[in-house]
Every structure is written in C-alpha cells, then in structure tokens.
Design a protein around this ligand. Structure first.
Ligand code: FES
Ligand code: FES
Length: 218
C-alpha cells in the first residue's frame, strides 16, 4: 500500500532531523575535545632520602646508607655483595631468601633493611666456608640435599633455624601439643620446612640431612 503524504513527509523529516543531530553532536564533541585541557602526566614522587642503617652481618658490623625501601635481601645482595642468599620470587613464597635475624629465620625479601638497625644477621656465607662447612652444609652434601642448588642456601639457613626452634620448644602446626616439647620427627621437620620450595624436589634428601644433624644433637 502506498504511503500517505503525511507519513512520507514525516519520515523525511525524521531522517533530516537525525542527520542534523549527528552533525551537531559531532561538532559539539569536536569543540569539547578542543576545549578539554591537556591531561598532565603525574609527576614522579621524589625519591626518599637515604637512611643510615647499621647491621652486624656474619659477625661484621656494616654501616650502610640506604633508600628506606630497600629490602634486607637487596641490601645483602646488592650493597654487601653477599650473593649466597638467593632471590627467587621476591614475594615471600619460595624461601630462597631465608636468612637468620637474631637467630630466627625470616624471608629477607619481605623485610626492609632499615627495620633491622643493630640486628645480627647470619647468611649462608656466615654458617661455614668451603674449607670448613657447617655440619648442616656437610649433611646436605652427604645426603644429596640439592640438585641445581638455587634453593639450597635458603634451605640450609632454614634447616639450621628449624632445629633450633625445635630445641627451644617452639610448636608447629603439626605439633601434637602446644606445651610439650616437640621432637625432631620427619613430619615436624617437613612441616617447618614447607616454606622452602625446591623445584628440583630434593625434599626427602633434605629431610635425611636434617634428621642426621637432629640425631647428632639429640
Ligand atoms: S625470594 Fe623471598 S620468599 Fe622467595
Ligand atoms: S636444588 Fe634446585 S631448586 Fe632446590
């Protein structure tokens, strides 16, 4: 059926009106764009002032001036060149960076160096030397407690601290009692070492090395 004149006129009007609206919208958007102020890139935050920090690392007093954002791991590796401590994840997930602070193991990637003013820190370099291995280092060698060796400094520092924890009666998640003195059982040692990841899977050999030292110290 042919369209009525009213309807035809009305449709043309709508089309013309739409086109005009589009032109106006485009013009308005263009004008708005030209009028919009340029977005300024945020200024970089000024670097914090270096802070002095004194650490006793492997028996030697070390005085450093550090950006307060420096982790203990980076202070050891980048500033003191003690590269035995390894950086695996840098997020507290692998244990490769384990060192002992005041005899207690920590993930050095999760701790700022300036938080350790005056602290005594032991790294793998402070446990033994190639000529005079720490007993735990010797046990790792004897029991093949490593393959690639990347996790090994952290494993050894952790293992030494774990046996000390057990000796001091610190309970773990698998300790039967929170008050009875824990024993250096396989399950206790595996639980306590669970934060130290070994991609090579040397876990059983590590547990054997630890058991030997625990037995000697029992
Ligand atoms: S590097 Fe610190 S936990 Fe992985
Ligand atoms: S020995 Fe290779 S990651 Fe542990």
């Amino acid at each position: 059926m042919p369209n009525s004149p009213e309807i035809s006129i009305s449709r043309r009007g709508v089309l013309a009106g739409s086109a005009a609206s589009a032109v106006i919208a485009a013009t308005t958007a263009g004008a708005a764009q030209r009028a919009a102020p340029a977005t300024l890139a945020p200024l970089p935050a000024p670097a914090p002032q270096p802070m002095p920090v004194s650490l006793t690392v492997n028996g030697k007093v070390q005085r450093l001036s550090l950006d307060p954002r420096t982790t203990l791991l980076d202070a050891l590796r980048e500033h003191l060149h003690l590269t035995g401590t390894k950086k695996g994840c840098d997020h507290g997930q692998c244990g490769a960076c384990t060192v002992m602070v005041e005899g207690v193991r920590i993930n050095s990637c999760l701790s700022l160096a300036v938080m350790h003013e005056g602290d005594t820190i032991t790294t793998i370099e402070g446990l033994g030397t190639p000529d005079k291995l720490h007993p735990m280092q010797a046990a790792f060698v004897k029991h093949d407690g490593y393959q690639c060796g990347y996790c090994t400094p952290g494993q050894i520092c952790s293992a030494v601290a774990v046996l000390d924890e057990i000796k001091r009666g610190v309970p773990s998640h698998v300790s039967v009692s929170l008050t009875d003195h824990p024993q250096a059982t396989n399950i206790e040692m595996r639980e306590r070492m669970s934060g130290n990841i070994c991609r090579c899977g040397a876990y059983s050999n590590i547990a054997e090395a630890m058991a030997e030292i625990a037995g000697e110290n029992a």
